[in-house]
Structures are given as structure tokens and as C-alpha cells.
Design a protein around this ligand. Structure first.
Ligand SMILES: Cc1cc2nc3c(=O)[nH]c(=O)nc-3n(C[C@H](O)[C@H](O)[C@H](O)COP(=O)(O)O)c2cc1C
Length: 305
């Protein structure tokens, strides 16, 4: 029998699949639904200090290689989120808070706010590629800004702290190391890539409301696997490998590259909410065939000579 229990520092998961932020994470009920479909942990949609409408429609486009989204952090703001995300024990899986902001002061404020809400961990997102004032558009991908934001959040919370990185940086291993040095307990890699653009040839204009959007799904996967591989060489803390994971075989690639758990977002649109159970079943099949008894014995094996 293959054991697929996973560990993210002191957080124990029944299996390595984690609902990525931004997909079905706007309400407690939707998180509960995803947990009932087999996710090992679930992440809420990123919350900001103030409510945000986000970009205007269309905000999601699929194309041959995957998906582009320009959601632009539409969310209810922390005040309303505190009313929505209560009594999280009955969700059925550990719930990860996702916070994002344009300044370290706002990150610190959000960290304080989510502290007493019953979350199992907090994820600081410094990596959105398409929202002005946030993530890479606010210059947050550098080692220095990563160190500063991580330290500011660390200062305000004792919860396990995950820092979510962008693939659109030079030397992602160095950025991950800055997060680790400043007190991160895990790295989530990666956020959407790009940004990218699709033009409607009939109107001659970009289709997305936000003009550009973050790239996810199949096209992102080889980049995500490479990022996890690079980060594994640079840090000792666990990695949540995220980006284009659709199947158990893809999850296995992430673990072999160095991930301790595997984030799943876009696959929910393609395979349904029970993609978590499907990926776990498929992963067990892949592990059995390759002779791996558990996740720990498989993690990082792509690095072995
Ligand atoms: C529609 C959509 C909304 C997203 N919103 C967020 C968000 O609010 N916060 C965040 O950290 N990541 C967000 N992401 C990024 C995902 O969490 C994930 O990192 C990325 O899509 C790569 O994984 P995937 O290919 O499995 O989707 C979003 C992705 C999509 C497709």
C-alpha cells in the first residue's frame, strides 16, 4: 500500500493535494465542497485590506495551451472575510489564509487580522503578474522586497507562513532563500506566469478586461516544475509545487522535482472539483509502479545522480 500523507512543516495533510488560491475559495462553503472532494488542504481566495471589484469582464479565457485570467483580486476585503471564514474546523481539511497587499505595512495588518480566525497557515502572495499595485507590477519579486514583506508578516503571526512566488523573476532560488531567511515556513511555487495577451482579430483588440492576464494550466507546468527544482536546491523548507498540475503524473513530477505538496487550480475547470481525488488515485498508481512507498522517499529524487 502506498502512503500519500504529506507534511508542510508542522502541518499534516491526509494527501499532498492543495486547492490553489483563487479557485472556489471565495466562501467557506466552497472550501468545504473542495475538501469533501478529497483535497488535502484548501486555500481561500486572496484577501486585501479593502474590498476590490477587480478587472472588468471578460476575466478568464481558455486557449489551446491553458488559461489566461485577469481577475485582478476581486474580493470582499478583510472586514467581510472575517465574517465569512469562521468555525473553520468543520471545513474538513486544513484551511490556508491567503493575503495580499501593495505594501509591507498592509501585509502586516492582514497577518494580524487572520491570526485568530482558525486558519492552519497563512500564505503571503507577492507574485500576481497582472494587477497594478500588487505582486510583480509593484516590484515585489526581488529578493530584497521578498525579505522585507516576509519579515513584516512573520513579525505579526505565529501561524505557519507560506510565501507564494512568481516564475517571472531572475533566479527564483535566490528569492526563495530570501523568504526562508526572513522566516517563511514553506514556499508556494508558482503563481500564474506571464502576463500574456490574446487579441480578437475581428475587433483587433486584446480580449481580457485587464488587457493582460496570468497564464496557468498546461503551458505553465514545465516552468513550474523547473522552478520547484531550482528552489529545492536553494532552501530547506517545504515547497508546494503549483502550476499546471492536471493529473497524478504531473503531481509526481512536482514531488520528484522537490515538492512536499502539490497545488491544483486550473485543473478544477477541466476535470471538476473531484480532480483532487482523481489526482490522488493516479498518483498512487504512478508511485506503485515506480516503487515509491511514500511522498518523503520520492521527494526531490530528480536531483539524485
Ligand atoms: C482564475 C484564477 C484566479 C486566481 N486567483 C489567485 C489569487 O487570488 N491569489 C493567488 O495567490 N493566486 C491566484 N491564482 C493563481 C493560482 O493560485 C495558481 O498559482 C496558478 O493558477 C497556477 O496553478 P494552476 O495552473 O494549477 O492553476 C489564480 C488563478 C486563476 C486561474
Amino acid at each position: 500500500m502506498v502512503d500519500i500523507t504529506a507534511k508542510l512543516g508542522r502541518l499534516k495533510l491526509d494527501n499532498p493535494t492543495v486547492l490553489a488560491s483563487g479557485i472556489l475559495g471565495v466562501t467557506k462553503a466552497s472550501l468545504k465542497y473542495v475538501a469533501s472532494n478529497g483535497a488535502g488542504a484548501v486555500t481561500m481566495k486572496s484577501v486585501t485590506v479593502e474590498p476590490r471589484a477587480g478587472h472588468h469582464a471578460p476575466i478568464i479565457l481558455t486557449y489551446e495551451g491553458g488559461m489566461l485570467n485577469s481577475v485582478g483580486y476581486s474580493n470582499q476585503g478583510i472586514k467581510e472575510a472575517k465574517k465569512e471564514f469562521i468555525s473553520l474546523k468543520d471545513v474538513g481539511a486544513p484551511v490556508i489564509a491567503s493575503i495580499t497587499a501593495g505594501s509591507k505595512k498592509d501585509f502586516a495588518f492582514l497577518a494580524e487580522q487572520v491570526n485568530e480566525m482558525g486558519f492552519a497557515a497563512v500564505e503571503a502572495v507577492i507574485s500576481c503578474p497582472h494587477t497594478p499595485g500588487f505582486g510583480t507590477m509593484a516590484g515585489q519579486g526581488t529578493p530584497d522586497s521578498t525579505r522585507e514583506i516576509t519579515a513584516a508578516v512573520r513579525d505579526k503571526t505565529k501561524l505557519p507562513l507560506f510565501v507564494k512566488l512568481s516564475p517571472s523573476v531572475q533566479g527564483i532560488g535566490e528569492v526563495a532563500k530570501a523568504a526562508e531567511d526572513a522566516g517563511a515556513d514553506a514556499i508556494t511555487a508558482i503563481n500564474t506566469g506571464g502576463p500574456g495577451m490574446i487579441i480578437d482579430v475581428k475587433t483587433g483588440k486584446p480580449i481580457l478586461g485587464g488587457t493582460v492576464g496570468g497564464l496557468s494550466g498546461d503551458a505553465l507546468r514545465p516552468i513550474a516544475v523547473r522552478c520547484v527544482y531550482d528552489i529545492y536546491k536553494s532552501v530547506r523548507i517545504p515547497i508546494i509545487g503549483t502550476g499546471g498540475v492536471m493529473t497524478g503524473e504531473h503531481a509526481a513530477q512536482m514531488i520528484l522535482a522537490g515538492a512536499s505538496a502539490v497545488g491544483i487550480g486550473t485543473a478544477v475547470y477541466y476535470r471538476g472539483a473531484d480532480v483532487f481525488r482523481k489526482v490522488c488515485d493516479e498518483l498512487q498508481g504512478v508511485m506503485k509502479e515506480a516503487g515509491y512507498k511514500n511522498i518523503y522517499g520520492m521527494r526531490g529524487m530528480a536531483h539524485e545522480e
